[in-house]
Write a protein that binds this ligand. Structure first.
Ligand SMILES: Cc1ncc(COP(=O)(O)O)c(C=O)c1O
Length: 582
């Protein structure tokens, strides 16, 4: 690693001496910037023995893994300082939260809430107080209400959504409406806690469309509603550990580049797993070459972890890659658990899921966060096949281990050994003892139903086209400003762009300049972007991407801002060129 010290680090070192920043944070930043322990220690005035103590007490490997989101705060601070002087505002292209959101479902949610509240007041003579109503006649009451509110905001979609649900959900009309109304009312604990039956059926139909492109594999999938995809991941790793499917020292293969927290999660002390990177190839437009697929033959690899379509490249695995990987798993490692985050599946025209190839191996995770602009709602779901391989693996555990597990789950059932994995997931999410309070709230589940129904009733994909059009314009604006060819393809989300700075440098000023540039530390480039152009991007390296790359998040900034990010990157490149000897 280069020992070049960016002036910003020297500034932070002064701040540490004044007590404004902790030593630990300083070492963290230093590691991210590629500084050795001794160089960092000297900067803050530590003596040799003090540096030795710091070196032995700090988890350097762990700090390196912390990088991209930690560095973001530092870059924001730098950009804000620059803006405070010049009066500009910072351009934050580091955030993955979309700035678009679905409005129609929100209106219909409000109308359904009104219906539920008015219904509860029936028969009550007490001010502002209602009672839980029985289900009989509830479907007809809702129809009456919708007639009365004809033309009100959200009414047209609510009517369409309800009529779709009544025709497609295999349940009595009053039962369907009762579960939705009772859910939105939320005066009872959600029951069953894993997911309401009506939510499960509706979300299944949505996932059939978005994840399986209308052609799901044989067999049923059970769902568990979670507080977004990230909570789902925690529950999955926790439950795989508790059920002795993933044990400390086991290997987990991770398809890279990937959303950086997913690099960090498996190696946490809680799990103690070893990671094996299955590296996508930039030359193959981020598909996975055979040499990397072959790593999956290792029987010590117990799980495969991926985001597809991924963050930060925006690329979805093509049919050939999915088939090659699935074939290797089927032949060499048929019990492998596949943990697949498909949060971005709604943003592509062509999506290929492992869920079709290996339905029994997949733990599929989906979130409504990005597509509908509901990150704050926390709406996610895990999908587990009825013949999930984990159920077989639990039965194959040594008797003593099965007995240990029976002790854990006997609180819930007299036949704990028969509890399937999708139920264990929910129970483990509340340490079994509090399993009856698991899952997400009723209103969250109703929101999930309405968002699903919105997509399901959009025969012409109008909403999807609008979202994709917004991102496409931003993508074009960025690449035009960079004067780089715009990546094309039906498998691109265009939610993020991973810019290869080495390639850009070579294209702008030739290979010799690119060599010269990459002799310094890539984070310096990000500092210059923040300092000189008040623009924040994240280092691609932190996502296990190429060393000299940066991630631009396009979902949170408008078209003009995307163009400005591109121009700022080009300008920093020019600054490097000017500062280098000819
Ligand atoms: C790949 C991936 N998964 C999950 C999330 C977060 O999902 P949620 O909001 O559902 O927790 C993100 C957010 O950036 C992401 O990029």
């Amino acid at each position: 690693m280069s020992q070049t010290i960016h002036p910003f680090l020297s500034e932070i070192a002064e701040e540490v001496k004044r007590g404004g920043i902790s030593r630990r944070d300083f070492f963290k930043y230093a590691v991210i910037c590629g500084l050795s322990v001794s160089a960092a220690g000297k900067l803050i005035g530590l003596t040799g023995p003090e540096i030795a103590v710091a070196a032995s007490s700090i988890d350097w490997k762990g700090l390196e893994l912390e990088s991209p989101f930690e560095i973001k705060n530092l870059l924001i601070q730098k950009a804000e300082e620059a803006c405070a002087k010049s009066g500009c505002s910072i351009l934050n292209a580091g955030r993955g939260n979309p700035n678009f959101l679905n409005t129609e479902v929100r209106k219909s949610f409000a109308l359904l809430t009104l219906f539920a509240a008015e219904l509860a007041q029936q028969g009550s003579t007490v001010k502002d107080l209602g009672y839980r109503q029985g289900k009989s006649g509830m479907a007809a009451a809702l129809q009456e209400f919708l007639k009365k509110h004809h033309g009100d905001p959200g009414e047209a979609f609510l009517e369409q959504a309800i009529s779709y649900a009544l025709s497609k959900v295999a349940m009595d009309a009053d039962e369907i409406i009762f579960q939705l109304v009772d859910g939105i009312q939320a005066d009872f604990y959600p029951d069953p806690p894993r997911i309401f039956p009506v939510t499960e059926q509706i979300v299944r139909k949505y996932l059939d469309r978005v994840v399986f492109s209308g052609a799901p594999p044989q067999g049923d999938f059970h769902l568990f509603a979670t507080e977004g995809a990230t909570a789902a991941m925690i529950y999955i790793f926790n439950s795989l550990k508790e059920n002795m499917i993933l044990n400390p020292g086991d290997k987990v293969a991770i398809v890279t580049p990937i959303f950086s927290p997913y690099l960090e999660l498996p190696v946490l002390k809680d799990y103690g797993l070893e990671t094996v990177y299955i590296r996508g190839s930039e030359e193959m437009d981020w598909q996975v070459p055979d040499s990397e697929v072959a790593k999956l033959k290792d029987p010590r690899i117990k799980a495969l972890y991926m985001v597809n379509p991924t963050n930060p490249t925006s690329v979805s695995l093509n049919a050939d890659t999915v088939k090659r990987m699935a074939k290797t798993i089927r032949i060499h490692n048929p019990d492998m658990v596949i943990i697949s985050d498909t949060v971005y599946a709604s943003f592509v025209d062509e999506f290929n899921t492992f869920g079709k190839e290996l339905p029994e191996n997949i733990l599929g995770v989906y979130s409504y966060s990005k597509y509908f602009g509901v990150t704050g709602w926390r709406l996610g779901v895990v999908m587990v096949h009825e013949d999930c391989v984990i159920n077989r693996l639990i039965k194959k555990l040594p008797k003593a281990k099965q007995a240990q597990l029976d002790l854990r789950y006997r609180l819930i059932s007299t036949k704990p050994g028969d509890i399937p994995f999708h139920e264990r997931l929910e129970m483990d999410s509340r340490q079994v003892a509090l399993a009856h309070t698991g899952g997400i709230s009723g209103p969250q589940q109703v929101a999930m139903c309405l968002f699903s129904l919105y997509e399901l009733t959009d025969d012409d994909y109008v909403y999807k086209k609008s979202i994709m059009d917004i991102l496409k314009k931003r993508w074009t604006a960025l690449y035009t400003a960079l004067a780089m060819p715009e990546p094309q393809g039906k498998n691109l989300t265009r939610y993020y762009a991973l810019i290869d700075l080495k390639k850009l440098a070579a294209k702008m000023y030739g290979p010799a300049f690119s060599e010269q540039l990459t002799a310094s530390h890539s984070l310096e480039f990000l500092f210059k972007l923040a300092e000189n152009h008040h623009t924040v991007c994240l280092p691609g390296e932190g996502f296990a991407g190429p060393n000299w790359s940066l991630r631009v998040a396009l979902a949170n900034i408008d078209e003009k801002n995307c163009r400005d990010v591109g121009l700022a990157i080009v300008a920093v490149m020019k600054e490097y060129k000017q500062s280098m000897p000819a």
